[in-house]
Design a binder for this molecule. Sequence first.
Ligand code: M6R
Length: 369
Amino acid sequence: EKGGFPSFMAKEIHDQPQAIADTLLGRVDAGGRLQLDEMKISEAELRTVDKIVVIACGTAAYAGQVAKYAVEHWCRIPVEVELAHEFRYRDPVVSERTLVVAISQSGETMDTIMAVRHAREQGAKVLAICNTNGSTIPRESDAVLYTHAGPEIAVASTKAFLAQITACYLLGLFLAQLRGNKFSDEVAQVLEQLHEIPGQVRQVLDGLEQVREIARYMADTRSVLFLGRHVGYPVAMEGALKLKELAYIHAEGFAAGELKHGPIALVEPGQPVFVVVPSPRGRDSLHSKVVSNIQEVRARGARTLVIAEQGDTAVEPYADVVIRVPQTSTLLSPLLAVVPLQVFACELATAKGLDVDQPRNLAKSVTVE
Ligand code: M6R
């Protein structure tokens, strides 16, 4: 059932183009409207939404963080992303005009279930983005948008993550269109780019022999840092989480702009640092800031492993290794940039002889608080 792959995780990473394509499939009707699976929130109510709060845990929360950049840009609605277990013990400021988006692969994460209940008690509407039909979170929510990633067996989430980001993007595009704001003209163009992503993920997967080789050489590494800015920041966090949970290596992801506020003190000669570089075709200063960050850690002896778009030559002088991803818009780039980091963690853990599908101390679904 692993389809010839050494682990479920390797198979699930390979299945990602399908997971994204299936999540997109049949979602947009002829009029360009998003089809949700279940919707007990009226369009009139959605038009009045003045704040979105994403609640989730672990990888699902990083999907929410990625979505924040896109949804705020497209919809001009403020988006907060909060870990479900933090949200539920606060006195959160939510109202009938707040749309709470609960993201969960399993739909059974107890912290997220409790946060959904807490949000509804305060009068908020809850929309679930979930991969498991009929599970508790969608059952307790007002609306559901299912991710069609198929069953995810490996404890580490991979294909569900990409499907969650895809579903969040669909939701963001739908809200932008519904609210008829300035951005709504661009919706068709973004949808078109989104439909190209499965093929581009396949291209990334087909070109990762170099990453696999590097991972095998790094089996004795004690610590790896991950840097990113903008949408690259949650990608860096997700890369670090994958490495911790699978390979039991100390890994830390942080916003590249934080470097000089502390973390750069960690960099010593030989320290591996992954850097997620935004597109040079996007906001110019964003790209050049990240290139400067690569230079800063390299000057302190870091070994820089840089994920950059095809054709971005500016990174070459400062990168020990360049991992290429196809060109897309900055907001969609996490769907490509995270893939080498997943493969890196999976390969390194395998090289250490670890069980990548069942890492120690972890459960696939955390059904206790
Ligand atoms: O089933 P859920 O999406 O609610 O699970 C949330 C987290 O427990 C999950 O993403 C966890 O962080 C994974 N092990 C990450 O790979």
